[in-house]
Design a protein around this ligand. Sequence first.
Ligand code: LMR
Length: 333
Amino acid sequence: MKKNSSCMVALALTSALSSGLIHASECDPGEKVVKFSHVTGGTTHPKVILVNEFAANVNREMNGKLCVEVYPNSTLFGDSKELEALLLGDVQLLAPSLAKFGAYTDKYAVFDLPFLFKDLDQIIRFTKTSEAKELLNVMEDSVGFVGLGYWMSGMKYFTANKPLMVPSDAEGLKIRVQSSTIAKEMIRAMGASPQVMAFSEVYGALQTGVVDGQENTWSNIYTKKFYEVQDSITETNHQVLAYLFVTSSEFLNSLSEEDRAQFLGLVDRATESANKLVKEKDAVNRENILRAGGKINTLTTEQRAEWVQTMSPIWEQFEPSIGKRLIETAAGA
Ligand code: LMR
């Protein structure tokens, strides 16, 4: 960050908060530029807030050494390209959904099992277990990705142009999913057709009828305005959407020991902040949807039992690749 004053930093922060972007020109020539790319937008999304806060902290506390540039809303790389860019060293920091790592590891599918996590507290407890901490490094030897921490987005809900009160209400519909094998199986179990699509394309696809529905968190449904092009949201709470704050070993190894320690200290602070912030933002964005005219349906106990029953065979199907012990640790967290 340019040293010529706190004013410069303040300006950068203001611009980061309003647009989510810290421009390259605000970095000093001697600083190592660290690109942080992500796909979410708006001002109330937990990922947007956390990434901007993390960038501001690094740029202030590691001034002269590192300069984080933030590229939100798929402006640098979208879903299909960001992990490839990390592999190639074209970006240094990402926070994709754990559901998007299927090409690199089977293990993160544990975060995707339907109805495994009943709320955000359970998954946050799971991320603090030694099993979940070990998983942070599961891709290091194969592709050099290093997990820095788990950040939550929220529980997921189905949206469509009709109320999906039981799974069979989705029969024949085309439902957008992330690139996750479990998500595809879940949609097939509902008698619907899964359509894998980049996050940046979902609003347009819902609007034009390329897909009929999707599943996401309050924060994504609100900040991407999906409620504008979907008549109905069902509070299914069927899965969690969690992110892996991730870098590459190439980037970490390029830092001096002292800089790496300072950087990793700021990383841990961001993850602590993530766990504190998410529930509040989740609630705010649910309210925002209602205030904007979105329609939210809640399930009866019997309806919920139907969802659980339809999706329970998926656990058995994925147990061999995820591992029984890992599933048990998550279930018991
Ligand atoms: C999605 O693709 O629906 C989400 O993973 C987007 C995100 O990063 O929250």
